[in-house]
Structures are given as C-alpha cells and as structure tokens.
Design a protein around this ligand. Structure first.
Ligand code: A3P
Length: 303
C-alpha cells in the first residue's frame, strides 16, 4: 500500500510490515532463547485471522489449573486483554523488551507471532521443546477484517487498495497463501493447524485438540465438570467484547499507545462479511488466485 504507515519491506524474500523487521532480526539473531524442559508454545497467524481468540483459548486452557475457567473472578482474562496475557514476539523484540518479558513468563511459555514460518529461528521451528499452533481464516474475510482494522488509524484508505495488494501477494506478512502454506507444510510435524471457521463451528473440539497438542489433555473429571465448555464461554466473542477490560479505557497503556480500541480486536466475529465489501467478481478473482496457489497442498478455502 502507498500509505507510509503501512510500508512493507522485502525481507529474506517475504513482504513484511516495516515496523516488525527490527524485532524479527533480533529474534533471528538469538534474542529468543528456548527454555529447555519447560516447553514453549508459539501461536502463529496472519493478522485478523483469529489471533485474539486463539490467545484467549490457549491461555485459558493452559492456565486452567491455576485459574478455573468458571467462578474465578480474578481470572486474568477478566482483568487483561488477551494480547496482554500472551505477548507478540516481534513487537516485544522491536521494543527491546523481548528477553525481559519472555524470561518472566511461567513455563510453559505462551507467545505469539505473525512472522512467516521460514523466518522463525530453528530454536522455534526445529526444537522438540517448542510447539506451534497456527490459525488461518478465509482470505476474503481476513482482508475485510484487516481493512476495518487499518482504517481506524487511516480512515481514508480505500478497500480496493488493500484488496489489490493482497491479490498481488503483498500482505502485512508475506502473501496470504505463502504464509498459510509455510505453516501447513510444517503441520505434519510440529505445528497444530487450525482454521477460524472450524473454531466457530465447534469451538469445544478445537479446545480439546489444542489441549492434547500442548500435552495437557482434559481429564475425565475435567470433562465431567464442563471445563471445556467453560473455556469456550469465557473466550466467546460476546463475553470478551463486552468485558470492561477490553473496552478502550480498560486496555493496557501498551495497547492504548498503539491506538487500539475494543473494535480493533472484536468487531463482528463471524464468517461471510466479505459479501458486504466485495463484488462477486472480486471474490471469485481472489478465490481463484488462492486456489491456484494452494493447488496440490490439500488445503482449500472454497466453501
Ligand atoms: P472481524 O473483523 O471479521 O469481526 P485478530 O485477533 O487476528 O486480529 O482477528 C480479529 C478477528 O477475529 C475479528 O474479525 C474479530 O471480531 C474476531 N474475533 C475476536 N475475538 C473473537 C472471538 N472470541 N470469537 C470469534 N471471533 C473473534
């Protein structure tokens, strides 16, 4: 995009939001030190694909022994925005706070990234103590969500500008299809691959998958007590959107500095909003590009 605030750089063969590059370089140069034995979980996504939701679900699942998902008025997710519970690596490292905050996280550490799989260091991608959970979303809905997100700060940005840029393979982190394929191809080994639409359809099933993947499956007692459903409820769109802490005034100073508001993270929360922004021809064009790029992978976004 032509707007300087959305300036993209080509870094190691991938388009990237310029402001993330220093953080990525710091991570690649050894800034991220894996925690041996403790286990690290990295939540990966393209922006606007359900990162906030995944952060909340993973956090609630992994913290459930210390913080039961129901009846705990002090639950961190009732007091903090999910982005304050699970730090975003490249932003932290870009701000020079990476090691300090990462070192202070309890094990297993939970953190997030928007970086392409191939740009992550081997200490994350090739480390038996480190697991990655990826979430993707129908690119059409993702672009619409991104436009609403970006135009909070750049009200004049035309939808068509973001759409064209995405069709040409320039998104905030690589191209949409290249980002998805990077994690999809690794999902045979160290990556749990989730889809936003799957989470909407059966969130409890995704929570169980996630818990098994991080080595903390729900016990029969937890199942009987309804813990999975409690986590789903705690992290649901309606519940999170309406929490005081997720309203603008309740956001942490870091999130406020970035001019984020409640609507930056919680807007409509569903599928198919693309039909309100794209003509059938635009949708068909993007679907065809994505289909072509994903051909042979076994992945598809055609409904
Ligand atoms: P929409 O803009 O389509 O509503 P990210 O967290 O990666 O920035 O993605 C934001 C998108 O996820 C937004 O989509 C937002 O509304 C949706 N979202 C956030 N929390 C959610 C939740 N708990 N359940 C379902 N969707 C959620």
């Amino acid at each position: 995009p032509s707007n300087p605030k959305l300036q993209l750089l080509r870094y190691q063969g991938k388009w990237l939001l310029q402001s993330w590059v220093p953080g990525i370089i710091a991570i690649q140069r050894g800034g991220f030190a894996p925690r041996r034995g403790g286990g690290d979980i990295v939540l990966a996504s393209l922006p606007k694909c359900g990162t906030t939701w995944l952060k909340a679900l993973a956090f609630a699942t992994m913290a459930r022994r210390a913080h039961p998902p129901a009846g705990d008025e002090q639950h961190p997710l009732l007091r903090l925005n999910p982005h304050d519970c699970v730090p975003s690596m490249e932003k932290l490292f870009a701000a020079g706070l990476g090691s300090k905050i990462m070192d202070a996280l309890p094990s297993p550490r939970l953190m997030a990234t928007h970086v392409h799989h191939s740009l992550l260091p081997a200490s994350i991608t090739d480390n038996p103590h480190c697991k990655i959970i990826y979430i993707c979303r129908d690119p059409k809905d993702m672009i619409v969500s991104l436009w609403h997100f970006v135009r909070r700060r750049l009200p004049e940005i035309p939808f068509l500008e973001l759409f064209e840029s995405a069709c040409e393979g320039r998104c905030l982190s690589s191209s949409i299809w290249d980002h998805i394929l990077g994690y999809w191809n690794a999902s045979k080994t160290t990556v749990l691959f989730l889809r936003y639409e799957e989470l909407l359809h059966d969130p409890a099933d995704s929570v169980r998958k996630l818990a098994r993947f991080v080595g903390q499956p729900f016990s029969p007692e937890e199942e009987e007590a309804g813990d999975v459903e409690d986590i789903v409820r705690l992290c649901s769109f309606e519940q999170m959107k309406n929490l005081e802490v997720n309203r603008a005034a309740g956001l942490s100073p870091v999130l406020q500095q970035n001019a984020y508001t409640n609507g930056s993270f919680f807007r409509k929360g569903g599928t198919g909003d693309w039909a309100n922004h794209m003509t059938p021809e635009m949708a068909e064009r993007l679907d065809a590009i994505v289909e072509e790029k994903l051909r042979g992978s076994g992945l598809s976004f055609r409904s």
